[in-house]
Design a protein around this ligand. Sequence first.
Ligand code: APR
Ligand code: PHB
Length: 393
Amino acid sequence: MTHRTQVAIVGAGPAGLILGQLLHNAGIDSVIVERHTRDHVVERVRAGVLEQGTVDLMHEMGVGDRLAREGLRHDGIYIAFGGERHRIDLAGLTAGRAITVYGQNEVVRDLIAARERSGRPLVFEATGASVHDIDSTHPTVRYRLAGDEHEIASDFIAGCDGSHGICRLAMPSPVVHPYEREYPFAWLGILARAAPSCPELVYSLHEHGFALFSMRSTGVTRLYLQCEPDEDLQRWPDDRIWGELTTRLRTNDGWQPAVGEITQKSITPMRSVVVDPMQWGRLLLAGDAAHIVPPTGAKGLNLAAADVWRLAGAIGEFYGTGSEVGLRTYTERGLRRTWRAQRFSWWMTSTLHRSASANPFDHKRQLAELDYLVHSQAAMTSLAENYAGVPFA
Ligand code: APR
Ligand code: PHB
């Protein structure tokens, strides 16, 4: 069966769903195809820190009601080392830009509900997706659903299919340049039924390595600790996790994370990837399909939102005025923000983690970097403006 639409979107993660909503609001039709089930997409545990720009976008799209009620606005974060916690006043240093803690799965839940209200198609369990004729003005996406073959005839294909998607692989290999970096550690993350014992996030560097105190709601704490890249979760019974988290996060003022039942455990690998260019013909990549950042700056979801905001603008301009300027400059503008986020995420990662290959000099230098950071208005401002996020452009 052949469907006809303006934009075929592969992937119903935050990138694909936000794009679908922005296009809908501009009166542009799309079909979203997703290989997993709706439950899988909604229940996936991911990060939960929204930049001001992402929060503003959710409101502009008309999907910000629950976010306004349930999201936790944080005006600052803490950096901990040497037994002390130091607050970085994000809002004070950036003329009011703050972050909002709201799980990515809640963002996805709200966007799926909006998609359903819009009446535009969102196809779950679409398997074997492939893209064709991306060099032409009529590219197509083919997929299978319950054993039947389907084809979407479109004007544009948006590759929003994440880091293991198929769209990036459809770009001709000689023109695509992936820049990559592996980090020699990973994060072991847990969700715990425990009221957060600090109202803001705490990023900590301890002799044993990095730890992060975060949260999802007033009753759920989210915590991470640096571990080996090939770490075996079996080696981490709950007692060991809490022991290590407490050791790495506890500060001399007596603060430590509140302990509670662990409801989820997982390992997050740490990688940086940038795909250059982000577009080929009528195929445009957005979100994790185009770039991956290590989680230390919480930039993944926010970069995806900035990409599709730009992409929706470019497609809207094309249908509205016939101009292709936005489409032609999509890669250039996208890569600029991406590299800025890569630089920041790399800096936060390397400043806050202990590497097995580091010697005592490196560790002392890291502590000096942190000491400078928390005592210099200039250094704190630099962290704050990157962490809270510069306006989408
Ligand atoms: N066909 C259809 N859907 C696919 C295919 C395929 N061949 N390959 C992947 N997908 C779907 C995935 O199942 C997933 O739901 O594409 C979606 C991609 O979503 P995400 O991985 O969430 O990526 P993205 O939307 O770019 O979101 C950006 O921010 O916090 C970070 O990495 C985190 O999810 C993240 C992201
Ligand atoms: C999270 O809450 O999951 C989280 C917070 C901050 C990060 C990464 C993840 O840098």
